[in-house]
Design a binder for this molecule. Structure first.
Ligand code: ADP
Ligand code: MG
Length: 399
């Protein structure tokens, strides 16, 4: 299936200069990196290239400096954290092209690692300026993209460079593409998708694409209310996009035409106020929601039925929590279905792939993140891939 070159396809790269696009857009507080999982994700690629004797030049963006140098967004701030993860010295180069980079590459020994400055200090990065890309490529022999999370942007460091140098997918990019291919590209059938979260409007294209791809579409979260309302259910004060009723109908029709079974909640957890363990909490059928109540989670019987659906499936792709999981007890449906999916994955009967900021947080909260086949932390890129879009950074690697 692989249409792109990986590090397995590298010849002898001893002494060659490898530009490696990574995701170092790290969470920081008081000038310190607070969470280093993105560095750890890039480490296998960096260390493999270094072990093969390449001079490794890391390229990354940080924050949104909008094409100007900003000392508070310099990548020099992450060097300490990168060195800690690599267990190696990492040189910082305050440019991304030109004589300073040329000189740095000249004094580096094979296997050395250097990190270039924040690519977004240069307007040509986000403009995908071929001039800038050529200047960056001038001192390099090959390009490795290990930042799937930035692949939905056609920028100089994510797309332009791939056309100018022999281009390869790094290990983390490769793992992500292989997991996504197994989940929606060429999946083992039957395939189930869980789509939840707050609003239909943010995931319209995801839903439209999935109904053509999967056998079961499980809709939960706030967006289920829009579908229920479109079907004539009174959802009371629930979060609901009433103006999208026709759109929701069209998605349900498309699902039916494609042979995709849509599962909407039939029993729910409701409350008059949005708070932890509210006194007005009650569980009822979707047809019994009062005018002053909000649907905040799916009920236990419906979740059990959804678990039975997963038991008949071979592949699961999940984006979006089933309820307002940050507030107890509205996390129960998400936690219960996540645990069922995790158990089926451990047994070997299900391939489970999940992504999305809140989804990943919810799976950690359920204590099962490690049991899924693959968890994507790519955010926007993961969602665009769920929409069936071609990601420019991935496409550029494929040629
Ligand atoms: P992700 O970040 O995984 O893509 P979203 O951002 O789309 O997920 O959705 C997550 C949000 O949806 C959470 O903040 C959650 O509280 C909210 N949510 C889920 N169900 C409901 C509901 N029934 N009512 C209101 N908000 C909900
Ligand atoms: Mg979110």
């Amino acid at each position: 299936m692989t249409k792109f070159r990986t590090l397995d396809d590298l010849g002898d790269i001893a002494g060659k200069v490898a530009l490696v696009r990574v995701d170092f857009n790290l969470p920081m507080a008081d000038g310190r990196v607070t969470e280093d999982s993105r560095i750890r994700a890039a480490a296998p690629t960096i260390l493999e290239l270094s072990a093969k004797g390449a001079k490794v030049l890391l390229l990354a963006h940080f924050g949104r400096p909008k094409g100007a140098r900003r000392s508070d967004q310099s990548l020099s701030m992450v060097i300490g954290a990168v060195e800690k993860v690599m267990g190696r010295e990492v040189m910082f180069v305050p440019e991304i092209a030109g004589p300073v980079v040329h000189q740095a590459a000249g004094i580096m020994r094979p296997g050395d690692i250097a990190c270039l400055e924040n690519t977004r200090f240069w307007p040509g990065e986000e403009g995908n300026d071929p001039e800038l890309a050529r200047a960056i490529a001038a001192d390099a022999d090959l390009y490795v993209n290990d930042a799937f999370s930035a692949a939905h942007r056609a920028h100089a460091s994510t797309e332009g460079l791939a056309h100018l140098l022999p281009a390869y997918a790094g290990r983390s990019m490769q793992a992500e593409l292989e997991a996504l291919e197994r989940a929606l590209g060429q999946p083992e059938k039957p395939v189930a998708a869980v789509v939840g979260g707050a609003k239909v409007s943010s995931k319209l294209d995801v839903l439209r694409h999935l109904v053509t791809k999967v056998d079961h579409l499980i809709i939960g979260g706030g967006m289920a209310n829009t579908f229920l309302a479109a079907r004539g259910v009174d959802v009371g004060k629930s979060l609901c996009e009433h103006d999208l009723a026709a759109t929701a109908e069209a998605i349900l029709d498309a699902a039916e035409a494609a042979g995709c079974t849509v599962h909407l909640p039939y029993d729910v957890v409701v409350s008059k106020e949005f708070a932890a363990n509210p006194p007005s909490l009650r569980r009822c059928n979707v047809h019994e929601v009062a005018g002053d109540e909000m649907i905040l989670d799916i009920g236990a019987p419906a979740v059990e039925a959804l678990g039975d659906v997963l038991k008949t499936c071979r592949t699961l792709v999940w984006n979006g929590p089933l309820g307002a999981f940050e507030t107890v007890p509205f996390d129960e449906a998400t936690v219960a279905l996540a645990r069922t999916a995790a158990a089926l994955t451990r047994e070997g009967s299900l391939i489970s792939v999940a992504g999305g900021g809140d989804t990943v947080a919810a799976l950690h909260h359920a204590g099962v993140a490690g049991d899924f086949s693959y968890i994507s932390t790519a955010g926007g890129a993961f969602l665009e891939w769920m929409e069936g879009r071609e990601l420019p950074g991935v496409k550029a690697l494929e040629q």
